[in-house]
Design a protein around this ligand. Sequence first.
Ligand code: DAH
Length: 346
Amino acid sequence: MIEKLNSIKEEALNEIQDVNDETSINNFKSKFLGKKSAFSDVMSGMKDLSAEEKKNVGMVSNEVRSFIQDLIDKKADSIKKEGLNKKLEKDKIDVTLPSKKRRAGTKHPLTQVREEIEDLFISMGYDVVSGPEVDSDENCFEKLNLPKSHPARDAQDSFYITDDMLLRPHTSSMQVRYMTSMEEKHAFKMICPGKTYRRDDDDATHSHQFSQVEGLVVGENISLSDLKGTLECFAKRMFGTGREIRFRASFFPFTEPSYEVDVSCFNCDKKGCNICKHTGWIEILGCGMVHPNVLENCGFDHTKYQGFAFGAGIERIASLKYGVTNMRDYFTNDYRFLKNFDRKEI
Ligand code: DAH
């Protein structure tokens, strides 16, 4: 019996070499230690042995059983490790690779331009204010010296909500709001950027929604030269230090005198090109000295105070700066367009 046990041990030692996965290890276990195994046969023959023999065979059988069990445990362990190594090899991650960049949004070009304008005027001591996009006829027209019958209203037809409330057709309504809300009247400088609306058919250069920046300065000794100096700063900041501006006489009901302002063409430097339509100059905004009626309508004594005002289209400034030819690009949120204005590090 002892011989038998030793040969089982020998056989197990040989066969364990061929065991290399979980199934074969189970088979091996039942072959060598299972109920129908040769080992089990030896065990069942023990009952016929004498006490002395039982003791000897028992010792050897214990030794063989734990030897085989040990073979099984070690093999199972190495199979497990091997499996894990294989998996690690396959799923190898290179921690030194740069991580995937998260595509964060970017500031809209109109926001970028608006902020650039705000920064400039803040640096010159202006308040930056905002107000409602739905405003009264009184603030949008009446108090700006545009009574109901005034023909200049036609150029600014807007979206009416009631007979008296409308989507503001310009940020000039903020001149009225700012001045009338001031309890004690005093000199000030403000700009108001914001959205504006008009009943325009949308095309490459028109949109029913657009944005403007309004500027208003009121004080006791404000003159046209202050306006000129301010707008020159503005033009140089937006279009380059070499720029000049020129004033052309114009008409706005809320200013007297009124002007349209051109900037010297940044593309050809006044030689004439497609961008400036071969004139050397590009129109950028409307402005003028605040009409005395407007000052009075808003509670300012026009014999004491004067002021200047201007209004510029932000889309127009942005389009000139960046060569955008289709205004609709600003509103369709196409990433292919917007990514051109991405200032993130890449
Ligand atoms: N509100 C005018 C417009 O929308 C622009 C404008 C012109 C504003 C002259 C002003 C100004 O403040 O003085 O066309």
